[in-house]
Design a protein around this ligand. Structure first.
Ligand code: NAD
Length: 421
């Protein structure tokens, strides 16, 4: 059990050798020796072979820890798995500014997922739709018979919605089955239910079923997070104003909103991957939700409070689980959930919304002040040095020189490397 008193603000963490960092995380998250061994070793090929088809190897990605997060009053260290440099550092910096005013506060809706059943070939769609609504109780009963575990946990199919949609040459009925999936992501659970309902729907309507599948627009499973970003830590109110000017473009322009939201997903996907969740499902849900009012827009909103601080808020669908899927069998996913100290999908959603807001704040803050390249340069220079062929002993030397010359280019890296050898 993690203690509430441990601080996620560990100064100079990034300067420590990896072994020392692992030691500190072990202590913070009460990890045992087996956890550390799982962290360090590659996952078993046999396990991979059971996860997907035609396995020939594993693809490794780094796991970094974002520092400084306080979420609903609790300090959290956040494992993030990503290939992109600066993401972990940016999230940590944003969380450091947010913690001045108490960190992130969240609100999470019930874990309701939507399963869709598409009914075609119905002559009188209005009458058929009414029949479905009248039989709601029996429909829910059949759906719930598919997943006793979920029902025993207080979840299961809770309601239906019936929609009539029209193309230029036909009308169709689309039934939404609303399922409380508790601590699961819920796709398998929902798909099993909607498949089981197909024959009943055909019988009720006289039509035929084509699609029966989960919707990734999980707009009844919304995670919200809010935080106050201190104006002094941002370098004064002028930077708050500059931030708001930059944010406005994402609000009104899909070209900017796509990049703005990509920055949000830099953080969210990293946590989704680290916890073994389905990042495509989250991506699809987030972007569809961003267009819910007819125009694709920012998933975050910002304003200035009475003291001149920046207040940020994010809202997006978060279809994540802590049971089921790959997260239940992948040793590193299990370990990352242990580091997060979470015991429910709701708590994971709180983390994801907070990280999304932090990541977005960090990106827009950098863009509206010094620009994004400055923060990227240190690791980027190291990557360029490696691309130029630098070995372990040469990477830092080449990267330092590139930064000093403010010329982080591959051809220059090759010249520097040649001069060193
Ligand atoms: P799952 O079927 O592996 O696990 C969910 C099941 O676990 C529940 O149905 C329930 O019976 C049981 N369970 C035990 N304890 C539970 C608890 N505390 N809370 C909830 N359920 C509990 O997984 P899933 O979450 O139904 O499906 C997730 C997987 O489906 C992911 O791997 C995802 O990639 C995949 N998938 C996604 C899509 C999509 O997003 N469109 C489509 C198909 C499959």
């Amino acid at each position: 059990m993690q203690s509430n008193k441990k601080s996620s603000k560990i100064s100079g963490f990034y300067k420590l050798p990896i072994e020392k960092r692992i030691e500190l995380i072990k202590e913070f998250a009460d990890l045992n020796d087996q956890d550390i061994s799982d962290l360090k070793k590659p996952i078993d090929m046999g396990l991979s072979d059971r996860m997907i088809e035609n396995v020939i190897g594993n693809f490794e990605m780094p796991i970094g820890i974002a520092m400084n997060f306080i979420i609903n009053g609790k300090d959290k260290l956040i494992p993030m798995s990503t290939e992109e440099s600066s993401v972990v550092a940016a999230a940590s910096n944003a969380a450091k500014i947010a913690r001045i005013h108490g960190g992130f506060k969240t609100s999470i809706s019930n874990p309701i997922m939507i399963g869709q059943i598409q009914i075609l070939g119905v002559s009188d769609v209005a009458t058929a739709a009414n029949k479905i609504i009248e039989q709601k109780k029996d429909i829910l009963h059949v759906a719930n018979a598919q997943d006793k575990i979920l029902v025993d946990l207080g979840g299961g199919a809770k309601d239906i919605e019936v929609r009539i949609l029209e193309t230029s040459n036909e009308k169709m009925i689309v039934v939404h089955l609303l399922v409380d999936v508790r601590d699961a992501m819920g796709a398998n659970a929902v798909n099993t239910m909607v498949e089981a309902l197909a024959p009943i729907m055909e019988e009720l309507t006289g039509g035929y079923i084509r699609l029966k599948i989960l919707s990734n627009l999980a707009d009844k499973r919304i995670a919200k997070a809010t935080a106050i970003f201190d104006k002094e830590a941002m370098g004064g109110e002028k930077n708050v104003d500059a931030f708001l000017e930059s944010y406005t473009l994402a609000k009104i322009d899909p070209y900017r909103a796509a990049t703005h939201n990509k920055g949000i997903m830099n953080g969210i996907d990293s946590v989704i991957i680290a916890t073994g969740n389905d990042f495509r499902a989250i991506e699809a849900g987030a972007h569809a939700y961003a267009a819910k009012d007819g125009q694709y827009t920012s998933l975050t909103t910002y304003h200035k409070d009475g003291q001149g601080n920046l207040v940020g808020e994010i809202a997006l669908p978060v279809a994540v689980g802590i049971v089921g899927g790959a997260g239940s069998i992948h040793p590193k996913a299990k370990l990352c959930k242990k580091i997060l100290g979470i015991t429910s999908a709701k708590e994971l959603s709180e983390v994801i919304a907070s990280v999304g807001l932090a990541q977005n704040f960090a990106a827009v803050f950098a863009l509206s002040t010094v620009g994004i390249q400055k923060g990227h340069m240190s690791l980027h220079a190291k990557n360029i040095a490696m691309m130029a062929g630098a070995n372990e002993d040469e990477i830092d030397q080449v990267a330092d020189q590139l930064i000093k010359e403010q010329n982080v280019k591959l051809d220059r890296a090759k010249e520097i490397l040649a001069s060193l050898r």
